[in-house]
Design a protein around this ligand. Structure first.
Ligand SMILES: NC(=O)c1ccc[n+]([C@@H]2O[C@H](COP(=O)([O-])OP(=O)(O)OC[C@H]3O[C@@H](n4cnc5c(N)ncnc54)[C@H](OP(=O)(O)O)[C@@H]3O)[C@@H](O)[C@H]2O)c1
Length: 290
């Protein structure tokens, strides 16, 4: 049975809306007149503006299918229907492949890849029954390009790209669209609070350099509100377009245009610069008077 919509406003459900891109997207859709179901692991993290009657804050952990199914049921009970699901929750496991523990590897895929699959499993029955809906998934420019320093994160986003590009054919006959949002580097909690690191003594210098590079790069990154605008455009355009880059920076274009040897040289040069900078900072710290 097609569930009734309680009013003319549309409804979006967002995972990972406590901070960064999810939070900015919740605000953007609310400002545009949508009803917003802001899901997060700890509802105490919700900002005060989420007390609005058009916002429903729910506890959801994407590693727990039951919490996603409960969230979908609560959203439908409150607003009547879900027009858009934004599967956004995710985090980055950084550091060398050799340093990753079994638990770190499994956790990265559990959240970033299987978390997206569970989110779709939870909302797809509702959207199929209604005969329509849009599922947007946060991938990354790192889902298209192999980058240094975070092999598990980057490969998890490659997996997300393959998952969505394939699953869209299953849901398209039911009128359900799957789309990928591909941000470049964005100034959020991603590289700080949310980041996890692998450790290995053989790569200690490389880890220090990439940690530093991540912090430096973040300073000049676009705000998550820029991604929220792209999410809004993807939700509202009537096409079945698959990919939406969001402030991608120059890397995707360079990766496509440059021969691999030139691309690789460029990335290696950036890593060497970061290593030299880290050495210099370490020397200055040692030389500084106590
Ligand atoms: N920032 C970037 O440069 C960038 C670039 C490309 C793609 N992305 C992607 O953008 C998405 C959002 O990240 P962000 O940049 O906005 O970083 P963020 O500020 O750290 O936000 C990540 C969100 O994911 C949530 N989350 C993590 N594990 C979860 C779980 N098991 N269940 C439910 N929620 C969980 C976090 O919740 P808690 O508050 O509970 O930790 C937080 O709300 C991620 O998928 C990330 O990979 C980010």
């Amino acid at each position: 049975m097609v569930s009734p919509r309680f009013n003319s406003a549309k409804t979006i459900v967002i995972t990972g809306s406590s901070s960064g891109i999810g939070l900015a997207t919740a605000r953007h859709f609310l400002d545009k007149g949508w009803q917003v179901v802001a899901t997060m692991r700890d509802p105490d993290d919700a900002p005060s503006w989420m007390a609005d009657s058009r916002v429903l804050v729910l506890r959801v952990d994407v590693t727990d299918l039951a919490s996603l199914e409960n969230g979908v049921a609560a959203a439908i009970a409150r607003f009547g229907a879900i027009d858009v699901m934004f599967a956004n929750a995710g985090y980055g496991l950084n550091g060398p492949l050799e340093g990753a523990s079994e638990a770190q590897m499994l956790r990265q895929y559990d959240v970033n890849v299987f978390g997206v699959a569970r989110t779709i499993q939870a909302v797809a029955p509702h959207m199929r029954e209604r005969g329509g809906g849009t599922i947007l998934v946060t991938s990354s420019i790192g889902g298209r390009i192999g980058m240094p320093a975070a092999p598990f994160y980057i490969s998890s986003k490659h997996a997300v790209e393959g998952l969505i590009e394939s699953a869209r054919f299953e849901l398209q006959p039911f009128g359900v669209r799957l789309k990928l949002i591909e941000p470049g580097g964005i100034r959020t909690d991603f590289s700080a609070r949310s980041a996890a690191w692998t450790h290995h003594p053989a790569y200690a210098d490389a880890i220090a350099a990439t940690r530093r590079m991540a912090v430096d790069l973040l300073e000049n990154m676009p705000e998550p509100a820029e991604v929220a605008k792209v999410v809004y455009a993807a939700a509202n355009d009537r096409s079945s377009r698959l990919r939406y880059a969001a402030k991608p920076g120059p890397y995707l274009l360079l990766y496509r245009l440059l021969p691999d040897r030139v691309w690789r040289g460029m990335i290696e040069a950036a890593l060497h610069r970061a290593a030299r900078q880290t050495d210099k900072s370490a020397r200055q710290a040692t030389a500084a008077p106590a």
